[in-house]
Write a protein that binds this ligand. Sequence first.
Ligand code: ADP
Length: 137
Amino acid sequence: MYKNILVPIDPSHGTKHDDALKMALHLAEDANASITALTVIEPAPSYIGLTDTAADYEKMAADKAMAALRRFVGPGSEVKTVILHGSPGTQIVEYARDHGNDVIVIASHKPGLSDYFLGSTAARVVRHAACCVHVMR
Ligand code: ADP
């Protein structure tokens, strides 16, 4: 079964990710697989330059996202946590390719949207990933 599982997490999506992480833990149990939780910080919005530098903003966003990710996976968890910068869909696909992930477990869309909908990041990952993609509905 899968050995190297990637779970992309948008911290603003809340409970959708509980399901994705639970599924990853379940898949990992059978094969003693490793799990990586990944959050991608999108580039600073243009108005940021008025108050702060884009680099300051991105550093602050990364620190906040890492704290949220660690809280989310739980204290002492063996789930590896990674923060990247860029476009989420592209970064998720490239990270999985470069790190030999054999499955990506991803929520279909943000909470509250109807279930036939596939969000833009999820759609990009499904189309472009070189490995299996497990979409949580
Ligand atoms: P929507 O377009 O409805 O917001 P998305 O396709 O962006 O839906 O989100 C679906 C899933 O994609 C999220 O639950 C998460 O797993 C992943 N995702 C989206 N944005 C990010 C991000 N910035 N970092 C990591 N994963 C993300």
